[in-house]
Design a protein around this ligand. Structure first.
Ligand code: KG4
Ligand code: ZN
Length: 331
């Protein structure tokens, strides 16, 4: 079975081809250069950019896989959550192809894609603990099966990626700032400044990142004299501590075997070493998708969609985009 996956939920237009469950092509066209000057994603510009690039990334993925639309057996597309104008571009194109070719078509939850991205590269037995850390989400799930996700915790305010991006903006490092902070932090002293760590004792495994962001602002207002690399390393370290601690606590409480970290922030080099070191020391297997499947991509959407198509799941062409879309048991 050949599945075409399409993703356009935020500021990346992406397409991928899966051939008998193996990834044959994955193409991503990023809009970072368009939104950078605004310090954040501008929804109206994002939709227009998707319109400009969506067909080219689909053609690119098909060409890379060496197949044509005639060979495709099913279409998987992100239906939410995300920016509704962006989502609609991918969804309408997917529906158009499905209608014209008479192909089965299924809408996929973007978060489900992130949680399953690890399975593109390696087998992990269910259930596993899934920490999803991106620009829009920071949540902890027990992934029981494809389609069965039990939410254990979530951020009470900002997502971890937002904390990176807003911190980078305050430091004049551009947008999106996660990767820049990560790079600068590699030359910095992470113990230079002790930023406060929020700990939500009564919230189960909830997270909070607005406090650390405010502390950084205060630190800068106070006329900080630390080197920029040290500020980046210390700020990043606080965010990472606040991700690692609740995740380890949940893994211990649930007697999980494997911790899987996914979403854009899982590309962070310090998160990868810190979570792996702490998790392994506590006896857990810690897994991260490869870099290309951490940030938004269509390979993960194709993977999740393929699993659903194989089960006989279909959406009809009245399917709409959803800016918010819960993920849980059989959504
Ligand atoms: O998953 P993603 O591509 O899009 C969303 O669904 O949000 O995640 C984007 C987020 C941005 O906030 C970006 O700054 C962050 O992932 N990010 C990073 C790194 N690479 C991307 N954050 C920290 N370190 C990185 N290396
Ligand atoms: Zn994402």
């Amino acid at each position: 079975m050949i599945v075409l996956g399409i993703e356009s939920s935020c500021d990346d237009s992406a397409a991928a081809v899966l051939q008998d469950g193996v990834l044959a092509a994955s193409v991503v066209s990023s809009q970072h250069a368009v939104h950078g000057p605004y310090g954040g994603v501008v929804p109206e510009l994002a939709s227009r950019e998707h319109v400009r690039h969506v067909l080219a990334v689909i053609d690119g993925a098909l060409a890379q896989a060496g197949v044509g639309l005639d060979d495709v057996d099913g279409i998987a597309v992100t239906r939410g959550p995300g920016l509704v104008g962006s989502l609609l571009v991918g969804l309408q194109v997917a529906k158009g192809i499905a209608f014209q070719r008479g192909l089965p078509f299924v809408g996929v939850n973007h978060l489900e894609g992130h949680l399953l991205a690890i399975l593109l590269d390696r087998q992990v037995a269910f259930p596993y603990l899934g920490l999803l850390v991106s620009g829009g989400h920071t949540s902890l799930y027990l992934v029981e099966d494809v389609g069965r996700y039990r939410q254990l915790g979530r951020t009470r305010d900002d997502a971890a990626g937002e904390a990176f991006d807003k911190g980078a903006k305050m430091l004049g490092l551009g947008f999106p700032g996660g990767r820049v902070i990560d790079q600068r932090a590699q030359n910095g002293d992470r113990t230079a400044i002790r930023f406060p760590r929020a700990s939500i004792k009564r919230g189960g495994y909830d997270f909070s990142f607005s406090g650390v962001k405010t502390s950084l602002r205060q630190h800068l207002l106070d006329g900080a004299t630390h080197a920029l690399d040290d500020v980046c390393a210390s700020y990043q370290e606080a965010i990472i501590d606040m991700l690692v601690q609740p995740t380890l606590r949940a893994a211990e409480d649930l007697a999980a075997t494997t911790i899987v970290v996914s979403g854009g922030v899982s590309a962070n080099s310090r998160l990868r070493t810190a979570m792996t070191a702490a998790g392994t020391a506590a006896g857990f297997d810690v897994a991260f998708p490869r870099f290309a499947y951490c940030t938004d991509n269509a390979a993960m959407i194709g993977y999740a969609g393929r699993a659903r198509l194989l089960r006989g799941e279909r959406h009809d062409l009245t399917l709409n985009a959803a800016a918010t879309l819960p993920i849980g048991v059989d959504v």
